[in-house]
Design a protein around this ligand. Structure first.
Ligand code: DER
Length: 233
């Protein structure tokens, strides 16, 4: 489909421009990253590159293993050369909403360990203001026993509604790779200082991580259906 093609061209551009021999690479989660891992595996084979891949989810781990790429972890490689990942939305300041796929916690940890954090996506992810494009709300990973007080505190602090994410192929709430629940906070249309919102929410007892990635992305590649790729300016 045109969207898949757009994702693919963005992924190829990122891998071709950023990956070098002996790189330690953080591998993100979602659907766009699949094209990046495919391209990476092709380059490793063609150019006989030596790279190590650190996953951000069980899904990313499977991608790495299935493409016969060398698997690493943060115990062995706490400093990464670059991390590549998708996003649910990117605003004018390159603040991201991530976590649509429920992998925000390990994604943020891995991104924070990388010298460069490269975001890839189709053009539908680009917006001026968070909330314009991605309507499901900002994911917040919480310790299960705390989800109700966290829900209430987020809504009391900032308004909107924080809803417990329910699983699709399992009865009950979605359980993250870390064994936690996820709230999707549908925030009100307002001028938010996302850095301060992120810090405040993280300080609520029971919150593990938010899907607000503030001042983390080094570059964003937006793939277009016509095969061209725009970089965030
Ligand atoms: O869950 C996540 O953070 C994913 O990276 C998501 O934001 C991007 O998923 P996509 O590449 O399938 O759009």
């Amino acid at each position: 489909s045109p969207v898949d093609y757009a994702k693919k061209v963005a992924a190829i551009k990122a891998i071709d421009e950023y990956i070098k021999d002996n790189y330690i690479i953080g591998v993100g989660s979602g659907s766009t990253i699949v094209y990046a891992v495919e391209r990476l595996a092709q380059r490793v084979k063609d150019e006989k590159l030596h790279v190590v891949c650190v996953p951000t989810s069980y899904q990313a781990r499977q991608l790495i293993v299935n493409h016969k790429l060398q698997l690493g972890d943060l115990d062995i490689y706490p400093k990464l050369d670059c991390a590549i990942d998708g996003a649910d939305e990117v605003d004018a300041n390159m603040t991201l909403i991530k976590g649509g796929g429920g992998c925000l916690t390990q994604e943020k940890i891995v991104a924070s360990c990388a010298k460069q954090f490269i975001v890839i996506g189709d053009e539908s992810k680009e917006s001026q203001k968070l909330g314009e494009k991605y309507k499901k709300g900002i994911p917040i990973e919480v310790i299960p026993m705390a989800y109700c007080p966290v829900q209430q505190k987020v809504e009391a602090l900032f308004g909107g509604s924080a809803e417990l994410r329910m699983a699709k192929m399992k009865a009950g709430p979605l359980v993250s790779d870390n064994g936690n629940f996820i709230l999707d906070w549908k925030f009100p249309d307002s001028q938010f200082d996302w850095a301060s919102v992120n810090t405040t929410i993280k300080m609520i007892p029971g919150v593990v991580e938010t899907g607000l990635f503030v001042n983390m992305a080094s570059k964003v590649y937006y793939g277009m259906a016509d095969g061209s790729v725009r970089e965030h300016k």
